[in-house]
Design a protein around this ligand. Structure first.
Ligand SMILES: NC(=O)c1ccc[n+]([C@@H]2O[C@H](COP(=O)([O-])OP(=O)(O)OC[C@H]3O[C@@H](n4cnc5c(N)ncnc54)[C@H](OP(=O)(O)O)[C@@H]3O)[C@@H](O)[C@H]2O)c1
Length: 297
C-alpha cells in the first residue's frame, strides 16, 4: 500500500492517477473539504484526515509500505510551520514506527541555498535533514517550478494574449512536467539507485522567463503582450501588507524568493535523472500542447 499526502494537489493527484493506472493500491490522505471524487473513482482508498492531527497521521500508516509526501501549505505563519514542517516530521516518525520500506519527500530546488526570507524553504531544509538522519530509506526530490502551474496562465493568455510577469525576465528556470515528476516520485521506491539519494528535478531545457510568453504564443499562434512588473513594486505592496498582516508579509517571502532568483537544473543533473529513472524529460511546450488539447489539469 502507498500512502500519498497532498493527494488532491497538482502533483499528488497525478501520483495517485499513475499508481491506479498501474493497478497499485494507494491510500489518498485527504481532508473532508477536499475535492477527492476523481481519486475515489479511480479506485484509491480515501482516508479522511487532517495533517495537523497526529492521531490521523498515525492511523493512516496501517498496512503501508511506501509513503509519498507531496502536501504543501498555502497558508501563512504557523500554518506553514505546522503543515510544511510539523506534519512531515510526524509522517517520518510514524512511518518509521509502522516499519515502512521507503519515504519519498518532495522538497524544492534551491532548498540548500539558505534563503532566510522563505519559511517554506527553511521548513523543507529541516525536513530533509530530519529524514536523512531518520534511518528510513528515502528519496528526496527537489523540483523546479511545475508546468501545471502555468496552465491557468496559458488559458488566460489564450483569451487575452496578455502575459503578466513580476521581476527579471532574464532569470532562468527549467520548469518540470508535473507528470514526469509524478513518475519519478512513484518509481523512486522501486529504482534501487534512487535509495537514500537527493535529485534535482527539472525540465530538459533551461529557459529565460521571457521565453514562457513566446512558448504560449507558439502554442496559441498569438503574438504575446508582456506586462512586466518590477520586483520593487512587489516589495512595496508586500511592505504595505505587512502593516496590516505581518503573517502574510512573512509568507510572501517564499514568493519573493521564487521571483527574485534563478531555479534551473544543470544538464548533468538532468542526465543523472534520465539515466537513473529511464525517463526522457518532457519540454514545457510539449506539456502545454498535450494539456491544452486534452483539457485535463
Ligand atoms: N508547485 C510548484 O511549482 C512546486 C515547486 C517545487 C516544489 N513544490 C512542492 O511540491 C509539493 C506539491 O506541490 P503542489 O503544487 O502539487 O501542491 P498543492 O497543489 O498546493 O496541494 C497541496 C495539497 O496539500 C493538501 N493539504 C494542505 N493542508 C492540508 C491539511 N491540513 N490536511 C490535509 N491535506 C492538506 C491540500 O489539500 P486540499 O485539496 O484539501 O487543499 C492539497 O492536496 C509541495 O510540497 C510543494 O511545496 C511545488
Amino acid at each position: 500500500m502507498y500512502l500519498v499526502t497532498g493527494a488532491t494537489g497538482g502533483l499528488g493527484k497525478r501520483i495517485v492517477r499513475l499508481l491506479r493506472d498501474r493497478d497499485l493500491p494507494v491510500r489518498a490522505f485527504v481532508r473532508l473539504s477536499s475535492n477527492y471524487a476523481e481519486l475515489e473513482q479511480r479506485g484509491a482508498e480515501i482516508f479522511i484526515g487532517d495533517l495537523n492531527r497526529e492521531r490521523d497521521l498515525r492511523k493512516a500508516f496501517r498496512g503501508v509500505r511506501y509513503a509519498i509526501s507531496t502536501h504543501g501549505s498555502r497558508g501563512t505563519g504557523s500554518q506553514i510551520q505546522d503543515i510544511e514542517y510539523g506534519a512531515n516530521i510526524d509522517l517520518i516518525d510514524f512511518g518509521k514506527e509502522a516499519g515502512i520500506e521507503h519515504f519519498v519527500y518532495i522538497s524544492v530546488l534551491g532548498v540548500d541555498r539558505g534563503y532566510r526570507d522563505s519559511p517554506v524553504f527553511k521548513a523543507k531544509r529541516e525536513v530533509e535533514n530530519y529524514l536523512q538522519t531518520s534511518d528510513l530509506t528515502y528519496t528526496i526530490l527537489r523540483p523546479s517550478g511545475f508546468a501545471s502551474n502555468l496552465l491557468p496562465l496559458a488559458e488566460r493568455f489564450r483569451s487575452t494574449g496578455i502575459y503578466l510577469a513580476i521581476g527579471d525576465l532574464n532569470n532562468r528556470t527549467s520548469i518540470v512536467s508535473t507528470d514526469d515528476l509524478a513518475q519519478i516520485a512513484v518509481d523512486s521506491v522501486k529504482v534501487e539507485a534512487a535509495s537514500n539519494r537527493i535529485f534535482a528535478v527539472g525540465g530538459p531545457e533551461i529557459i529565460a522567463r521571457d521565453e514562457i510568453p513566446k512558448i504560449f504564443g507558439r502554442v496559441f499562434n498569438k503574438e504575446p503582450i508582456v506586462l512586466n512588473v518590477p520586483l520593487t513594486v512587489f516589495d512595496g505592496v508586500r511592505t504595505a501588507l505587512g502593516w496590516v498582516n505581518p503573517d502574510l508579509q512573512q509568507s510572501l517571502g517564499t514568493l519573493r524568493v521564487l521571483l527574485a532568483n534563478e531555479f534551473f537544473c544543470t544538464s548533468d543533473e538532468i542526465h543523472t535523472l534520465e539515466s537513473t529513472f529511464g525517463i526522457h524529460m518532457e519540454s514545457l511546450e510539449s506539456f502545454l500542447r498535450r494539456y491544452l488539447v486534452s483539457q485535463e489539469s
